[in-house]
Design a protein around this ligand. Structure first.
Ligand SMILES: *Cc1c(COP(=O)(O)O)cnc(C)c1O
Ligand code: SF4
Length: 401
């Protein structure tokens, strides 16, 4: 029997799980990020050495290998219980047979990135900012990865980022003020290599803002060394977005890694993916966002799970995401409430999805409701020349076309 109260207490606590499944490893090796990478769990035999696999998992490991590699750092693997195949950490990183199923909605490139790549490795979708895919490797692989067509190097396509061509593109495109490094995971590069990339970007005068999207602080907190942090701090303003989905991922080691980044002046945000059986309930999300604030991380986005091939078993309804935001907004610290978004299939970018707080709006008044459902009116100034997004017109067009 699952003891819910005890589970919740475990989720709220910051725990350390080392050495866990690796009782004979010295703390020096354990804390060496290169040892962690070298000793990742990557095979069925290694999984079965430590875990009792469900048939769905064994089948998943055997049949998903040509889509996205299996790799889990020892640090992250220690969060996985020996026997429970439904465990929320386990569902994120251990393949299941459902990955080989395809739903009619599944796509290879759900966010239409390849069609917005002016240079291999650079996605330029929005007017003023770009996504720079610097590597196809991650510390561990998330089974729902939106970029699994290239990430881990075993899938449909290969990533061949043309670094010099990217720098030339950015130098001539003066409208780009914001560069987001992603992949893959940029923090797997050596300090030197990353230093060179950041220096090249920082030498471009119109680039005001650089950010790194990374799951390394969560999968491989040992990588967040004082040396790395000192190097990153040369390139302010530099922001980092991490990716945490479940409160148990926030261990003592992860908390310390995040604090190190924050102590070096790096503002931290978090992006979660809403996943069935992982974080699709209000209490789990509330615990997660509260723990993030304790770690000095501001919840930034919650993504509706992209329509990536073989992820239908991890997807929830959109209504579930709205319910979660409804359950947070007003009920807890405003800083703790992320924006729920759908990355529009085919390449429309991120679209905010909100509970409906506007009940009525015309030239004379707006009628709103608060988090408790209480209704209020605020007078509208009718004669201002304000352009609303044409919601109703678009809706009609959509219905009748
Ligand atoms: C998410 C994303 C960005 C950054 O979007 P923000 O809303 O500014 O965080 C930029 N480019 C692409 C292609 C993206 O997918
Ligand atoms: S860390 Fe990000 S890029 Fe890497 S596998 Fe996970 S979701 Fe994909």
């Amino acid at each position: 029997m699952v003891n819910l109260t005890e589970d919740r207490a475990q989720e709220k606590a910051f725990l350390s799980h080392a050495p866990g499944y690796w009782p004979n490893v010295s703390p020096e090796l354990w804390n060496d990020w290169k040892w962690q990478l070298k000793n990742r769990v990557t095979s069925l035999a290694q999984l079965e050495e430590h875990l009792e696999l469900a048939d769905e998992e064994r089948g998943g490991v055997l049949l998903s290998g040509d889509k996205l590699a299996l790799a889990i750092t020892p640090h992250f693997f220690n969060l996985i219980p020996r026997a429970d195949a439904e465990d929320p950490i386990r569902r994120q990183v251990i393949p299941r047979i459902e990955e080989t199923w395809s739903s009619p909605y599944d796509m290879i490139d759900p966010c239409g990135e390849d069609s917005h790549m002016p240079v291999p490795g650079l996605v330029h979708r929005y007017p003023d900012r770009v996504l720079f895919l610097v590597t196809d490797r991650c510390a561990s692989y998330c089974r729902y990865c939106t970029r699994s067509r290239v990430v881990s190097g075993v899938g449909e396509q290969e990533l061949h980022t043309e670094f010099e061509a990217v720098y030339r593109y950015l130098e001539t495109h003066t409208e780009v003020r914001d560069v987001l490094l992603s992949g893959g995971d940029a923090l797997l590069f050596s300090d030197n290599k990353l230093d060179q990339i950041l220096a090249r970007l920082r030498a471009i005068p119109h680039i005001e803002f650089v950010r790194i999207g990374t799951r390394v602080p969560i999968f491989l907190p040992q990588r967040i060394t004082p040396e790395l942090c000192a190097m990153l701090a040369k390139y302010h303003p530099l922001w980092v977005s991490v990716h945490v989905n479940h409160p148990r991922e926030l261990t003592i080691e992860v908390k310390e890694a995040l604090e190190r980044l924050a102590d070096h002046g790096i503002p931290l945000g978090n992006q979660s993916v809403l996943l069935r059986g992982v974080n699709d309930d209000i209490e789990t999300m509330k615990t997660l966002v509260h723990k993030l604030l304790i770690c000095r991380v501001r919840p930034y986005y919650v993504y509706q799970c992209d329509l990536i091939n073989g992820s239908s078993h991890l997807r929830t309804s959109v209504a579930k995401g709205i319910e979660i935001i409804e359950g947070l907004r007003g009920h807890t610290t405003g800083y703790a409430v992320p924006q729920f978004v759908i990355d529009a299939p085919g390449g429309g970018g991120k679209v905010p999805i909100n509970p409906g707080y506007i009940l009525y709006h015309d030239n004379e008044k707006i009628v709103i409701r608060n988090y408790e459902g209480k209704i209020f009116e605020y007078p509208e100034i009718g004669n201002e020349n304000v352009q609303f997004a044409p919601q109703r017109e678009y809706h009609d067009e959509y219905l009748y076309s």
